[in-house]
Design a protein around this ligand. Sequence first.
Ligand SMILES: [Zn+2]
Length: 150
Amino acid sequence: MSDEEVRTHSAVHVVKGAAQKVLGSKWTASVHASGSHGRLTVQYDRRPTDQELASIEQEANRKVSEGAEVLEFEMERQEAEGHFGDAMYDLFPVPGEVTLLKIVRIPDWNINCCNERHVDNTAEIGRIRLGKPRFRNSKRELEIEFDLEA
Ligand SMILES: [Zn+2]
């Protein structure tokens, strides 16, 4: 994973937190980061309005400007589930035999069980620009795309 992709991947967590805040979407079906382009797919029941998208972008960039700490730590699975419940999971399951979880947390924003590398501080991410989202009605999935500005 290049440094750029570490930033892009970290931005996925920031955008996810913003989408949860604005839309109330909870479950993420997939995340993807390639170069400065990122994408996350969340379960949602309709196409968001332009206003909502603008809010997601604004909230995400606010979190970047804040320079929030990105915390990474390991926790026993049972203990983590007791603390954070299923909020830390995505739709793709963590295999049952995994007993020690790597967790990434942006306080008051996003908590996720995640094995990837992350920046230490959201300020390192830079400006996030959302692209046009795709909504698949049949699967109730909303694909949110974004690019990091160089
Ligand atoms: Zn991650």
